[in-house]
Structures are given as structure tokens and as C-alpha cells.
Design a protein around this ligand. Structure first.
Ligand code: SPV
Ligand code: MG
Length: 549
């Protein structure tokens, strides 16, 4: 239901509507969250938020901007406090068109002379002649475009000290001129004056009150007196002033060490901003030349080299601390800086210890019985245009990722030609034989020649191998789809489906090659390192320590 219709409908349904003052989108959102029926775009609050007097110092544009932002951020009705209408009837016509177009449900104008001053300020409280204000109401009603938009007329006779009869006379005249409701204002410290008005008014039309100075009047009594809308006009901003002052005073004295429990959490702040929704939009709409990109990091396994045992007592390898930052955090940051936001981490062994923000965690409870291939496929649901798979025990630089993303082949493995120089690493390497030999030179350029993987695996004899697989691969949407399909077909067709579930990534890649699929090799000689054992670990820490950098 449209917002303006919902306010009119609520009044038609004889609902008692509570509206609360706000001065911007954030405060309007807080009003909505607390279950109120609408927002009062308060002139006092908007002026205060600009640190100027509530005395028509701000322009109509200032009020319109603030009220429009409020309407834009919430779905409950906004009633805009439009002071005296920002001028004469001509200004009122312009005002109604603008406020209605901005999604405001109702405007309220008051029968004081321009420039007005806030009703609680002693001294100058000049009333406009009745005829002049009646003209404004007629102008406003004729200017509105939709039937549901409402114009409320505010009677300031009690504020100005002109007495009850004058207040009733004015209220009647404004209702007759077409006002959709009368806002009767009082600055009395007790409810008596308003009660007196209500009794004489006898429910002649929609009635609004603003009990700032007479808070003792209970809502039940208001309803019995025929009040339809109560305006709690300024409690939000007064709460904010007090809370901000208290917190800042404490911060001034003691710093921020023990302040967190007294302020909103950052996640609450992001929630109010709508960050969650923005992230969803990003996934859907933020596209680059290469289309959408997803990263998959299988980090479920429980195996690691004995030399790392001491460092990994309470955590999986992905959480290995490298100079104050976990291995996985470093990799996620690298992927993010290469423009990849959709990062999926598959966890299993000590999965609860994988604490990292901004990624999707995918659980693999079968990490003990199922192999790497199963883990990867868990994270590969809903493939993107390009899908990067990265082992969790390596680090790499963003340039490598960027280059890889520029390649168009459907299945690409990043292979390193320098492995022979480092093969003392005492590790079973995943070796690779390709159709073309490595670029056999120290200095070389990437000529973007494609090379085809012929064989891959730990069993490949070193004498036959050209490269080592780095643990980084890239699949197009089509390539990943084929991988999925072949895995499912193999499971279905094979009498050894159980073995298939424990298959490693490179074992399945060899299976794909054997079935005639083309897997390309992207050759590198730098840009990545593994953390296989404590030697690797120490080397990496020294490279990444601030002194080294
Ligand atoms: C406002 O909130 O700006 C009002 C109500 O007009 S009052 O401050 O009570 O006049
Ligand atoms: Mg006001």
C-alpha cells in the first residue's frame, strides 16, 4: 500500500497513530524500527541538526531535502512540518507539489506569520489573519495531485495567548477550508488546556496534538478525547544530544577503552546503512570486463607437515599466523584487491576457528572421508563467469591473479617452471608435463602462448615433468560446469564411487585429460609461495615482516 494511502487508511480505520520526530533518514529509520506509525519531519529537529534556530532560518529546500531523504529510507508515512508554508499561498502551492512528489504523505502548516519562531520560545508569537491562512489551506488542497495526500492545519492561538475561543474559531475555519486535520498546539505544563479544547471540539475532525510540555496525558485519555494522531516531536534528537554528550565527555576523560558497551556496534551502523543489501547488489550488478568472478578456497583438510604441529595446535592450516595475520586473511585480501569479492572458503577440520570477515563459509563435515575434489565442488555451486580455485596453504600476489583472469581458456592450471631449483623441499610435488617445454630462460616475457597439460600428479617422475602445479586454477563457467558434470557422471557410472569421493583435485584433472578435455597451463616463475613446512613458514614470515618490506 502507498504510504500516503496507509496514513489516510489508518485514520479512516479509526486507528490511533503515533508519529515521532526525526531530522534525517537515519533517525526516521530508528522511528520505523521502533514500531511507530509514522515520522514527523520536525522543523525543530531539522533546524537543530543544522545548529540554527527553529525560526525559518532554513529554506524550504532544506526541509524538502531532509523530509525526502526520510521518505526514501522508510516505508511508513512521513508528515512534514512545513512551518508557515515558506511564504504566502504561492509558496504553499509550490511546496505541496514538491513535498508530494518527494513521497511525503502529509504536510502540516501553521497559522503564524512568516518568519515564525518555535512555539516554546517566549515573546514574538504572531498569528496570521484567519482569511490569509484559509487561503493557504485552499491553495494547498488544490495543489495536491493524489487523493491520499493530506494537509494538516496547525492552530497556534493557545501558543500566542489568544484564548480558547480564538483557537476553536480558527480550527473550525480551517476544517471548513478543506484541511484534513487540525493540529492544536499548547505549551501548557498540564493537559488541562488541551483537554478543554478537545471537549469543546467534540471530535469534529481529525485531531493532532503534540504533548511535549504536558507528558502526563496518557495515550488512552488522548483517544477518549478524540485525538487521532499524537506527535512525539523531538525526543529522538534530545536523546541523541544527551547520549553523544555523555559519551564524548567520557572519551575526553578516559579515551575509548571502555566505551564500546555504551555505543552502537559497527555492525549495527552497517546494518542501518543497508550495507547488507548493497553487498547483494554488488554480487548481482558489479561487473567487470571479465564478468563475475568467484574464488574458492578449500580449507577443510586436517593434514599438515609435522614441523608445523606446534603452530597449529588449536587451528587449521588456513589460520596459521603469519606476521600478525592469518594465511587465509592474507589470501582473501589479495583476492579482494584483485577485485574479487565473492570468496568462498570451505571449512571442515577445526572449522570454527576459521574466523574471517567478508567471505562465504561453506561447511564440509565430511572432510575426513572425502577428498579435495569434493570440497572444491561444495564451494562451486552457482559458478561465476570466471572461477579461481586456490589451495589454502599458499600465498600469491594479485598480479598473478589479474593475469590469470585475462586468460580465456575454460580450464587453466597455474604451473611453476622453477620447481627444479627448489625440489629439495622434501615434499611430494604435484608435477606437470605439458605439450611444450618451459620457456628455458631466466629473463622472459609472457607471450600468452597456450600450453596444454598432458599429465599431472604426484606419481609423475621428475624426469618427465616440466612444472610444478602451484595450487591455483581458473575455470570458466563452462569449464566448471563440465567438471561438475563429469564428476557426477563418474560417481554414477563407477563401481568405485567411494574412491571417487576421496579423489584429489589433480587426480580428477588427470581423469578429465584422459577423457579428452583440454586443460591449459599458465606458466609462472614467481608470484606465489607455499607454506608446506616450518622452513617455508620462516621464509614467508621473514619476507612479510615489516623490516623486510
Ligand atoms: C517541531 O517539531 O518542529 C514542531 C513542534 O513544530 S514544536 O517544537 O513543539 O513546536
Ligand atoms: Mg516546527
Amino acid at each position: 500500500m502507498q504510504r500516503s494511502r496507509s496514513l489516510r487508511q489508518a485514520l479512516r480505520d479509526k486507528e490511533f497513530v503515533r508519529i515521532v520526530g526525526a531530522h534525517n533518514a537515519l533517525t526516521a529509520k530508528l522511528v520505523e524500527r521502533n514500531g511507530f506509525g509514522g515520522v514527523w519531519a520536525s522543523g525543530l529537529e531539522i533546524a537543530t541538526s543544522h545548529a540554527v534556530p527553529d525560526a525559518n532560518i532554513l529554506t524550504m529546500r532544506d526541509h524538502l531535502d531532509a523530509s525526502g531523504e526520510m521518505a526514501n529510507s522508510i516505508s511508513i508515512p512521513v508528515v512534514a512540518d512545513c512551518d508557515t508554508g515558506f511564504g504566502n499561498s504561492n509558496n504553499v502551492i509550490h511546496m505541496v507539489r514538491k513535498f508530494e512528489a518527494a513521497g511525503i504523505s502529509a504536510v502540516c502548516i501553521e497559522d503564524k506569520r512568516f518568519p515564525k519562531v518555535n512555539s516554546f520560545i517566549a515573546g514574538r508569537q504572531e498569528l496570521a489573519p484567519i482569511a490569509e491562512f484559509v487561503g493557504k489551506i485552499m491553495a494547498a488542497k488544490n495543489a495536491q495531485q493524489t487523493d491520499d495526500f493530506m494537509v494538516f492545519a496547525r492552530v497556534e492561538a493557545l501558543i500566542a495567548g489568544w484564548g480558547m475561543d480564538e483557537a476553536l474559531k480558527r480550527a473550525n475555519a480551517y476544517l471548513e477550508a478543506g484541511a484534513d486535520g487540525i493540529f492544536i498546539h499548547s505549551k501548557s505544563k498540564t493537559p488541562d488546556e488541551i483537554v478543554g479544547f478537545c471537549e469543546k471540539w467534540q471530535k469534529r475532525g481529525v485531531l493532532l496534538i503534540c504533548p511535549t510540555t504536558y507528558p502526563a496525558l496518557a495515550e488512552d485519555d488522548m483517544q477518549m478525547l478524540g485525538v487521532n494522531i499524537v506527535i512525539y516531536a523531538n525526543h529522538g534528537i534530545r536523546a541523541a544530544i544527551k547520549a553523544v554528550n555523555q559519551v564524548l565527555a567520557e572519551v575526553g576523560k578516559n579515551g575509548i577503552r571502555s566505551i564500546d558497551s555504551k555505543i552502537a556496534s559497527m555492525s549495527e551502523v552497517f546494518e542501518l546503512q543497508g550495507m547488507h543489501l548493497m553487498k547483494k547488489h554488488e554480487e548481482k550488478y558489479l561487473r567487470s570486463e571479465i564478468g563475475s568472478v568467484k574464488a574458492i578456497i578449500p580449507a577443510a583438510g586436517s593434514k599438515f607437515d609435522d614441523s608445523l604441529r606446534e603452530l597449529l595446535e588449536d587451528r587449521p592450516l588456513a589460520m596459521l599466523d603469519i606476521v600478525g595475520k592469518s594465511l587465509i586473511q592474507r589470501n582473501v585480501e589479495t583476492l579482494n584487491s584483485a577485485g574479487i569479492r565473492d570468496v568462498n572458503v570451505i571449512v571442515g577440520y577445526k572449522g570454527n576457528e576459521v574466523k574471517i570477515e567478508g567471505v562465504k563459509i561453506v561447511e564440509n563435515p565430511d572432510y575426513n572421508t572425502k577428498g579435495l575434489m569434493c570440497s572444491i565442488l561444495r564451494g562451486a555451486k552457482e559458478p561465476a563467469d570466471r572461477n579461481i580455485i586456490v589451495y589454502s596453504d599458499i600465498v600469491f600476489d594479485q598480479e598473478l591473479v589479474r593475469k590469470l583472469l585475462r586468460k580465456e581458456d575454460d580450464m587453466i592450471l597455474v604451473v611453476d617452471r622453477t620447481y627444479k631449483k627448489t625440489h629439495f623441499r622434501n615434499k611430494e610435488l604435484e608435477l606437470v608435463l605439458t605439450a611444450r617445454s618451459p620457456l628455458d630462460s631466466v629473463r622472459t616475457i609472457d607471450v600468452n602462448q597456450s600450453n596444454k597439460v598432458l599429465r599431472i600428479g604426484k606419481e609423475l617422475p621428475e624426469s618427465d615433468a616440466h612444472y610444478e602445479f602451484t595450487g591455483i586454477a581458473c575455470f570458466s563457467k563452462k569449464g566448471l560446469g563440465i567438471l561438475w558434470k563429469e564428476f557426477e557422471n563418474a560417481k554414477r557410472g563407477s563401481s568405485t564411487a567411494k574412491d571417487l569421493e576421496s579423489v584429489s583435485f589433480v587426480e580428477f584433472i588427470q581423469y578429465m585429460i584422459d577423457r579428452g578435455y583440454c586443460v591449459s597451463a599458465h606458466e609462472v616463475a614467481e608470484g606465489w609461495m607455499e607454506v608446506h613446512n616450518s622452513e617455508d613458514y620462516k621464509k614467508l614470515c621473514s619476507i612479510l615482516s615489516p623490516e623486510h618490506i
